[in-house]
Design a protein. Structure first.
Length: 186
Protein backbone atom coordinates (compact mmCIF):
# COMPACT_ATOMS: atom_id res chain seq x y z
CA UNK A 1 0.00 0.00 0.00
CA UNK A 2 1.46 3.38 -1.04
CA UNK A 3 1.99 6.11 1.52
CA UNK A 4 -0.68 8.37 -0.01
CA UNK A 5 -3.26 5.56 0.01
CA UNK A 6 -2.37 4.75 3.61
CA UNK A 7 -2.72 8.40 4.66
CA UNK A 8 -6.06 8.70 2.89
CA UNK A 9 -7.26 5.51 4.60
CA UNK A 10 -6.11 6.71 8.02
CA UNK A 11 -7.68 10.15 7.52
CA UNK A 12 -10.92 8.65 6.20
CA UNK A 13 -11.08 6.23 9.12
CA UNK A 14 -10.47 9.04 11.58
CA UNK A 15 -13.18 11.17 10.02
CA UNK A 16 -15.66 8.33 9.74
CA UNK A 17 -15.09 7.60 13.42
CA UNK A 18 -15.42 11.27 14.30
CA UNK A 19 -18.36 11.89 16.52
CA UNK A 20 -18.16 15.64 16.80
CA UNK A 21 -21.24 17.12 18.39
CA UNK A 22 -21.35 20.88 18.73
CA UNK A 23 -24.00 23.21 19.99
CA UNK A 24 -25.35 25.86 17.65
CA UNK A 25 -25.92 29.42 18.87
CA UNK A 26 -29.57 28.58 19.62
CA UNK A 27 -28.46 25.83 22.03
CA UNK A 28 -29.28 22.84 19.80
CA UNK A 29 -26.76 19.98 19.59
CA UNK A 30 -25.61 19.32 16.02
CA UNK A 31 -23.48 16.64 14.35
CA UNK A 32 -22.72 18.16 10.92
CA UNK A 33 -20.05 15.53 10.16
CA UNK A 34 -22.71 12.82 10.40
CA UNK A 35 -25.51 14.07 8.14
CA UNK A 36 -28.92 12.49 8.45
CA UNK A 37 -29.66 13.93 5.02
CA UNK A 38 -27.99 12.92 1.73
CA UNK A 39 -25.15 15.34 2.47
CA UNK A 40 -24.14 18.27 4.61
CA UNK A 41 -22.38 21.47 3.62
CA UNK A 42 -20.28 23.32 6.16
CA UNK A 43 -19.73 26.95 5.22
CA UNK A 44 -16.73 28.23 7.15
CA UNK A 45 -17.23 31.96 7.74
CA UNK A 46 -16.25 34.76 10.03
CA UNK A 47 -17.99 38.03 10.68
CA UNK A 48 -15.13 40.37 9.81
CA UNK A 49 -13.95 38.98 6.46
CA UNK A 50 -15.29 41.12 3.59
CA UNK A 51 -15.03 38.27 1.08
CA UNK A 52 -16.83 35.91 3.43
CA UNK A 53 -19.55 38.49 4.01
CA UNK A 54 -19.93 39.10 0.26
CA UNK A 55 -20.89 35.43 -0.15
CA UNK A 56 -23.89 35.62 2.22
CA UNK A 57 -26.44 35.90 -0.63
CA UNK A 58 -24.88 33.02 -2.61
CA UNK A 59 -24.68 30.80 0.47
CA UNK A 60 -28.36 31.45 1.09
CA UNK A 61 -29.24 30.72 -2.56
CA UNK A 62 -27.31 27.43 -2.47
CA UNK A 63 -29.03 26.39 0.74
CA UNK A 64 -32.52 27.31 -0.46
CA UNK A 65 -31.95 25.38 -3.72
CA UNK A 66 -30.29 22.28 -2.28
CA UNK A 67 -32.06 21.85 1.07
CA UNK A 68 -35.22 20.48 -0.62
CA UNK A 69 -32.95 17.98 -2.39
CA UNK A 70 -31.66 16.52 0.88
CA UNK A 71 -28.66 18.71 1.69
CA UNK A 72 -28.23 20.20 5.15
CA UNK A 73 -26.44 23.56 5.39
CA UNK A 74 -24.45 24.77 8.38
CA UNK A 75 -22.74 28.09 8.98
CA UNK A 76 -19.52 27.45 10.89
CA UNK A 77 -18.16 30.58 12.56
CA UNK A 78 -14.45 30.00 13.06
CA UNK A 79 -13.25 33.08 14.95
CA UNK A 80 -12.39 31.98 18.49
CA UNK A 81 -13.07 35.49 19.83
CA UNK A 82 -16.73 35.62 18.79
CA UNK A 83 -19.56 35.02 21.23
CA UNK A 84 -22.91 33.39 20.46
CA UNK A 85 -24.47 36.88 20.67
CA UNK A 86 -21.99 38.12 18.03
CA UNK A 87 -22.95 35.24 15.74
CA UNK A 88 -26.69 35.84 16.21
CA UNK A 89 -26.17 39.53 15.40
CA UNK A 90 -24.15 38.69 12.28
CA UNK A 91 -26.69 36.17 10.98
CA UNK A 92 -29.45 38.75 11.44
CA UNK A 93 -27.45 41.50 9.72
CA UNK A 94 -26.70 39.30 6.70
CA UNK A 95 -30.15 37.72 6.48
CA UNK A 96 -29.13 34.15 7.19
CA UNK A 97 -32.26 32.12 7.89
CA UNK A 98 -33.15 28.46 8.07
CA UNK A 99 -29.68 27.07 8.74
CA UNK A 100 -27.84 26.41 11.97
CA UNK A 101 -25.08 28.81 12.96
CA UNK A 102 -22.35 27.04 14.91
CA UNK A 103 -19.60 28.82 16.81
CA UNK A 104 -16.60 26.53 16.39
CA UNK A 105 -14.39 28.29 18.96
CA UNK A 106 -12.29 25.18 19.58
CA UNK A 107 -12.12 24.62 15.81
CA UNK A 108 -13.05 20.94 15.96
CA UNK A 109 -14.95 21.20 12.67
CA UNK A 110 -12.19 23.29 11.10
CA UNK A 111 -9.67 20.53 11.84
CA UNK A 112 -11.98 17.68 10.83
CA UNK A 113 -12.74 19.25 7.45
CA UNK A 114 -9.27 20.71 6.90
CA UNK A 115 -10.58 24.24 6.37
CA UNK A 116 -8.04 27.07 6.22
CA UNK A 117 -9.90 30.04 4.75
CA UNK A 118 -13.19 31.91 4.97
CA UNK A 119 -15.32 31.52 3.05
CA UNK A 120 -14.65 27.87 2.41
CA UNK A 121 -17.12 25.04 1.93
CA UNK A 122 -16.85 21.39 2.89
CA UNK A 123 -19.30 18.87 1.46
CA UNK A 124 -19.76 15.93 3.82
CA UNK A 125 -21.22 12.65 2.56
CA UNK A 126 -23.63 10.35 4.40
CA UNK A 127 -20.83 8.26 5.86
CA UNK A 128 -18.97 11.32 7.15
CA UNK A 129 -16.31 11.65 4.48
CA UNK A 130 -15.27 15.03 3.06
CA UNK A 131 -16.33 14.79 -0.59
CA UNK A 132 -15.33 18.34 -1.51
CA UNK A 133 -13.46 21.18 0.19
CA UNK A 134 -12.66 24.57 -1.21
CA UNK A 135 -14.12 27.65 -2.81
CA UNK A 136 -17.81 28.17 -3.35
CA UNK A 137 -17.10 29.45 -6.84
CA UNK A 138 -14.45 31.43 -8.69
CA UNK A 139 -15.91 34.90 -8.18
CA UNK A 140 -12.57 35.95 -6.69
CA UNK A 141 -9.52 35.32 -8.88
CA UNK A 142 -7.24 36.52 -6.05
CA UNK A 143 -7.42 38.81 -3.05
CA UNK A 144 -8.69 42.15 -4.32
CA UNK A 145 -9.48 40.71 -7.77
CA UNK A 146 -13.19 40.08 -8.11
CA UNK A 147 -14.70 38.96 -11.40
CA UNK A 148 -17.98 40.52 -12.60
CA UNK A 149 -19.56 37.07 -12.15
CA UNK A 150 -18.47 33.55 -11.24
CA UNK A 151 -17.71 31.35 -14.24
CA UNK A 152 -17.06 28.14 -12.27
CA UNK A 153 -19.49 27.05 -9.58
CA UNK A 154 -17.38 24.43 -7.84
CA UNK A 155 -19.58 23.71 -4.83
CA UNK A 156 -22.75 23.44 -6.92
CA UNK A 157 -20.97 21.06 -9.31
CA UNK A 158 -19.83 18.91 -6.36
CA UNK A 159 -23.35 18.91 -4.93
CA UNK A 160 -24.90 17.96 -8.27
CA UNK A 161 -22.40 15.12 -8.76
CA UNK A 162 -22.99 13.83 -5.22
CA UNK A 163 -26.76 13.96 -5.52
CA UNK A 164 -26.52 12.11 -8.86
CA UNK A 165 -24.53 9.35 -7.14
CA UNK A 166 -21.30 10.19 -8.97
CA UNK A 167 -17.91 10.85 -7.39
CA UNK A 168 -16.91 14.51 -7.12
CA UNK A 169 -14.69 15.20 -10.13
CA UNK A 170 -12.72 17.98 -8.42
CA UNK A 171 -12.65 17.19 -4.68
CA UNK A 172 -10.44 20.13 -3.69
CA UNK A 173 -10.05 23.73 -4.81
CA UNK A 174 -8.28 26.73 -3.29
CA UNK A 175 -10.56 29.14 -1.50
CA UNK A 176 -9.79 32.87 -1.72
CA UNK A 177 -10.52 34.92 1.39
CA UNK A 178 -9.34 35.42 4.93
CA UNK A 179 -7.19 32.90 6.76
CA UNK A 180 -8.85 31.16 9.66
CA UNK A 181 -7.38 32.53 12.89
CA UNK A 182 -5.98 29.68 14.98
CA UNK A 183 -7.79 28.93 18.24
CA UNK A 184 -5.80 30.13 21.24
CA UNK A 185 -3.49 32.34 19.14
CA UNK A 186 -3.98 35.46 21.24
Amino acid sequence: MGLSVLLISVCASALLGASVTVRDVQGVDRSPLQPKEKASVLFFVTSDCPISNSYAPEIQRICSEYSPRGVACNLIYVDPDLTPADVRKHTAEFGYKGMPAILDSAQQLVRAAGATTTPEAALIGRSGQVLYRGRIDNLYAALGKRRPAATEKDLRKALDETLAGRPVSTPKTKAIGCYIPPAGAK
